[in-house]
Design a protein around this ligand. Structure first.
Ligand code: SF4
Length: 281
């Protein structure tokens, strides 16, 4: 059995940066609270918890005078609440998320209604909508926009950083088709994360060459689910959180196995999966 992994695997740039910042603060202060989970990966959260990182579920839960906000960022009103309580912020927001937040803020200030192609319940998207000052909505279905009455004349269209580029393009195209003739002006900014774009392209290429793909990452991680969705259109694919999730029956009759991971999967977890595959060979 031949096992091949993608070049882009393990922590992305933004998660690496966030984890490094947290580890530095923990080393200086002996521990730190984070506002919500910093990454959507149980193994990483557990490791951080063991080193002294505690999760506060809301601003009112924060007990310390310092809090770290996650790589997904937060809405300006949350920052205001923290400042009002004189809490020092360790801001691990990924620069790609900052870019999206700034685009939403700029367009909203120029009078555009913000449309975010993304999951309305995701932390990142809620933060971006906050930057739009409430003048926007997030959806994966253009019909939600056409239902607005009246349809805003100026639309600023952005994407959640983790979406699949081709799906965003399809959404934008359908939006253009439906909004034209309604006297609309549209401004579209590509805000998909560069790191994920490369990761998705590599995963797709590998999926085309193997009998089975294993995508390692949190089941609640948006980017991991996107990777699995992309690969499953090409070959048999399983999303696994750890080596223990591998069902030996999947490997029967398979010659080549591809391995990739979501952006918040630690190297240790990937190494364990590779070792388990070797064991099962
Ligand atoms: S996936 Fe992209 S946007 Fe998200 S944290 Fe990683 S580098 Fe930043």
């Amino acid at each position: 059995m031949k096992v091949e992994k993608t070049g882009e695997i393990g922590f992305c740039f933004g998660v690496r940066r966030a984890v490094d910042m947290l580890e530095k603060v923990v080393a200086e202060r002996g521990g730190v609270e984070t506002l919500g989970a910093v990454v959507h990966n149980q193994q990483v959260l557990q490791r951080l918890a063991e080193s002294g990182v505690r999760v506060a579920e809301s601003v009112s839960d924060i007990k310390d005078d310092t809090v770290a906000i996650s790589s997904h960022g937060v809405a300006p009103e949350v920052e205001e609440q923290l400042k009002a309580r004189h809490i020092t912020i360790v801001d691990t927001t990924c620069p790609f998320v900052n870019r999206l937040q700034n685009a939403a803020r700029r367009l909203a200030e120029s009078g555009f209604f913000i449309v975010i192609y993304g999951d309305a319940g995701h932390t990142e998207v809620r933060g971006v909508l906050g930057c739009a000052g409430g003048r926007g909505l997030a959806t994966l279905d253009e019909e939600d926009i056409f239902k607005l009455d009246p349809l805003p004349r100026r639309l600023g269209v952005l994407s959640q950083t983790t979406q699949i580029p081709a799906h965003f393009v399809g959404f934008v195209k359908r939006l253009i088709d439906g909004a034209f003739g309604r006297d609309s002006e549209m401004r579209i900014i590509d805000t998909i994360c560069h790191d994920l774009r490369e990761r998705q392209a590599q995963a797709l290429e590998l999926a085309g060459k193997v009998d089975l793909m294993l995508v390692i990452g949190g089941k609640g991680s948006a980017n991991t689910n996107r990777l699995a969705e992309l690969c499953s259109a090409v070959t048999e694919t399983h999303l696994i959180e750890t080596a223990a999730d591998i069902d030996p029956a999947w490997l029967e009759g398979k010659q080549t196995i591809g391995v990739t991971s979501g952006a918040s999967t630690a190297k240790e977890t990937i190494d364990e999966v590779l070792a388990r595959l070797e064991e099962l060979d």
